[in-house]
Design a protein around this ligand. Structure first.
Ligand code: BES
Ligand code: MN
Ligand code: MN
Length: 474
């Protein structure tokens, strides 16, 4: 297979088109950035119910945009937020590529830490700042613009396209499996493509071949039926914050292993091959710590930082609350305290099973002086996708064209629930082509997307269909 030819340059003249897809992209930079800003202005926060209308407006805008660039797009209902689903038919013999992205975003809070408001996108110092800039509106948009560039320069796409952009990824994609099952035949594809991850670093683009899974929950400790005067009752009635802190403190042992009985039951050891592969990836403790501003490394004893991030399960407290947190002092024993927990999972751990083990453990160690409520939420399984083969070669070639550099292969500690669902329900493997950076502040104030990464992402996306078209499906 000849990976070095630029087919746009060889075929478009014959069709009466004068430019290559890359030329088209180069001449539309401002337009593309302005369109992305429009997309980013919708506060499509899936975790907050008062944004239901914004979610729908965002999906409606996206649907129109996909129709405008020449795909056939529809807004489709699920049991939750709508899905935007678009298709393009090239040729029954050509491979079918299923693109996935998500148009919902994380809550923008805390708002006062944003330099400019999260839903008023602004370009500064070579970055586009807004909630969703990288995760995942910006990255999804690279593929939309990449396909548009090929259509505009060549008049057609060399692959059949199915594009599924959902609005509930940040809340565990709970309603997506139902949609996938219902539309199983329609969604059949040879390969899936997702850009919702990061590059290895600013010098090295990456293809990700593994993601951790997740199991989420919220626990509440109930004490007295109202806040009590801590002088009148303190010492005689259990304080729910103290009890909650004691429970949380019993989740890990002194080696930072998770103490939930059975937690590691299905966890496979890190293979020698994986260890060797990680040894080829550069790691600087100083840079790693400087980037996040932490004082020292931390983690499960006996494992390297890459193994801790990519191959070992974890248990994290994401938020904890209770009692009085306003100005000045207030002497109370609070009525209740709660915290949010997510556990990152590795292959063979089942989210529901691990959640049930967490609940059983907490109940077993909770003192009888309080009432414990455990709400188990959804989850997602970990995935490992192939890290070699013709699809990977094609993706790597597209990245080489878009970024001018070959990708490294890595894993991610984060989760994208649809990847396991696509494999299990539709039988399709996913290529994870990440265009973000670790310091893009996803899920954090001042989320941003580097303009060069957006540009190189669009170029990669424009080169990708040709590369995928040359992979034989028979
Ligand atoms: N795009 C992220 C996944 C990700 C995170 C990739 C970090 C690369 C680096 C995705 O939108 C995400 O945040 N997923 C959630 C899933 C959860 C809510 C089910 C996550 O990982 O917390
Ligand atoms: Mn994402
Ligand atoms: Mn996210």
């Amino acid at each position: 297979m000849d990976r070095n030819h630029v087919s746009a340059a060889t075929s478009n003249h014959a069709l009466g088109y004068d430019m290559t897809a890359f030329d088209y992209l180069a001449s539309t930079t401002d337009q593309r950035l302005n369109q992305l800003k429009e997309f980013l202005r919708f506060p499509s926060v899936s975790a907050q119910s008062d944004h239901k209308a914004d979610i729908r407006d965002c999906a409606t805008w996206l649907n129109r945009h996909l129709n405008d660039i020449g795909l056939t797009s529809k807004l489709e209902e699920t049991a939750g937020n709508p899905v935007v689903y678009a298709e393009y038919h090239a040729d029954s013999d050509a491979p079918t590529v299923l693109y996935y992205g998500h148009y919902d975003v994380q809550p923008p809070e805390p708002l006062d830490l944003w330099t400019t408001p999260p839903f008023e996108p602004e370009i500064r110092d070579g970055y586009l700042y807004a909630r969703g800039a990288t995760d995942d509106k910006g990255q999804t948009f690279t593929h939309i613009k990449g396909l548009e560039a090929v259509l505009k320069s060549e008049g057609r796409l060399p692959v059949n396209v199915k594009m599924l952009i959902e609005g509930e990824e940040e809340v565990h994609s709970a309603n997506l499996p139902g949609y996938l099952k219902k539309n199983k035949e329609r969604l059949k594809a040879d390969i899936a493509v997702i850009s919702d991850t990061a590059q290895f670093d600013k010098k090295r683009p990456a293809i990700t071949f593994g993601l951790r899974g997740i199991a989420a929950s919220e626990i509440t400790v109930y004490g007295p039926n109202r806040d009590l005067h801590s002088g009148s009752y303190g010492g005689a009635i259990a304080n729910p914050i103290t009890v909650l802190a004691q429970l949380v403190a019993q989740l890990h042992d002194k080696n930072n292993k998770v103490k939930i009985p059975g937690f590691y039951e299905h966890v496979r050891p890190v293979s020698r091959k994986t260890r060797q592969m990680y040894e080829t990836l550069p790691f600087s403790e100083r840079t790693f710590l400087r980037e996040v501003g932490a004082k020292g490394l931390h983690g499960e004893k006996g494992f390297t930082t890459y193994e801790r991030k990519w191959d070992r399960p974890t248990c994290e407290i994401n938020g904890i609350t209770g009692g009085y947190q306003g100005e000045g002092a207030k002497t109370i024993i609070p009525s209740f305290a709660s915290c949010k927990i997510t556990m990152r999972l590795v292959p063979d751990q089942d989210p529901d099973d691990v959640n049930r083990k967490l609940a059983a453990y907490l109940k077993s160690i909770c003192p009888p002086s309080v009432k414990l409520k455990v709400d188990l939420w959804g989850g997602a399984s970990a995935v490992v996708v192939p890290n070699d083969g013709p699809w990977l070669d094609a993706a790597a070639a597209a990245i080489k064209k878009g970024f001018g550099k070959k990708p490294v292969f890595m894993k991610e500690g984060g989760s994208i629930p649809v990847v396991a669902d696509l494999k299990n329900l539709i039988g399709v493997d996913t290529l994870l082509l990440g265009f973000g950076q670790n310091d893009d502040n996803i899920h954090s104030p001042n989320e941003r997307f580097r303009i060069v990464d957006f540009e190189n992402g669009c170029r990669t996306a424009a080169a990708l269909p040709d590369e995928l078209a040359s992979v034989s499906t028979r």
